[in-house]
Design a protein around this ligand. Structure first.
Ligand code: FES
Length: 79
């Protein structure tokens, strides 16, 4: 599963660094390094409401404080 987190300026202001750090921690904690690849990308063209996170080919917009919930629902549950 390929996860890309936007680190463009708008997403950065909305907390993308927090999301990146939390996803990294969760991947490590749960030992998912060989199943999940995390990367960053500059502006995905959907700035505004939250941090853009794409999983394979689907883009989601999340709030930084929902990183854990999102990880459980959209990443862990789908591995
Ligand atoms: S900065 Fe993230 S979508 Fe534009």
């Amino acid at each position: 599963m390929k996860i890309t987190i936007c680190v463009g300026s708008t997403c950065h202001l909305l907390g993308s660094k927090k999301v990146v750090d939390r996803f990294k921690e969760l991947v490590e904690e749960k030992n998912l390094g060989d199943q999940v690849s995390l990367s960053g990308k500059f502006c995905m063209g959907k700035c505004g409401e939250g941090v853009c996170v794409s999983i394979d080919d689907t883009t989601h917009i999340i709030q930084a404080d929902q990183a854990d919930e999102f990880f459980e629902k959209e990443i862990l549950a789908k591995l």
